[in-house]
Unconditional design. Structure first.
Length: 217
């Protein structure tokens, strides 16, 4: 959706023919993304078009972008749209339940800056930590803790990023439970230096479903 919006609004000199070519590629991406849960698609699309005007965006997120694409995309794009419709008719869409966020009592007490930083994460509750249930190899369930939640994103705050065994084990737990629930995680760190450390560590661990951003205390 963000790609279609960009193809039609980024360059004022874009012709209908060029827009059509761009939209055809966007529809390919839409077909490939059929298994992405709808609530994740909508969350990402909303962020991508947050600065668009009402005229750019249209009357509704789900259908109007497709209508705009059809008006701008002749030939190949129309055939791809038809293929997408046939695919939807032939294969029922998988419906994913919203993630079930649990809350556990947080017993860690400290007056150090990192504790106050963690406790003020978006969606945090005093004395509690949000959790997602992770399915183990034997079928049992175990909670994985985070610091906050905002929409479809669960948040973990890192005052200081370290590369040690227990930190790497936590990364794997978080990444696995996020993948199980088809969610994206966000690490919030206090400085650009900590963001660089976090990105290097996540890359080293081959973790791609946790994003990092700087949030100052």
């Amino acid at each position: 959706m963000a790609g279609v919006h960009a193809a039609l609004t980024t360059n004022p000199a874009t012709t209908v023919r060029n827009a059509g070519r761009g939209v055809a590629g966007m529809i390919d991406a839409a077909i490939a993304g059929e298994d992405t849960p709808a609530h994740i698609q909508m969350s990402r699309a909303a962020n991508a078009v947050a600065n668009a005007s009402a005229r750019d965006f249209g009357r509704a997120t789900g259908t109007v972008v497709g209508n705009v694409a059809l008006m701008a995309a002749p030939g190949a794009a129309l055939s791809k749209t038809a293929a997408l419709r046939q695919l939807r008719m032939a294969r029922p869409r998988t419906i994913y339940e919203p993630p079930q966020i649990g809350w556990v009592r947080e017993t860690t007490r400290s007056k150090k800056p990192w504790k106050a930083y963690n406790d003020t994460a978006p969606g945090a509750r005093a004395g509690e930590a949000p959790t997602l249930m992770r399915t183990m190899a034997d079928g049992s369930k175990r909670p994985v803790k985070f610091d906050g939640i905002q929409g479809d994103y669960v948040i973990d705050r890192k005052w200081s990023v370290i590369d040690r065994p227990h930190a790497r084990a936590q990364i794997l737990r978080q990444s696995e439970v996020l993948a199980e629930h088809r969610l994206i995680g966000t690490w919030e760190v206090p400085t650009p230096d900590q963001k660089i450390k976090a990105l290097k560590l996540l890359k080293k661990m081959n973790v791609t479903n946790i994003h990092v951003k700087v949030v100052k205390p």
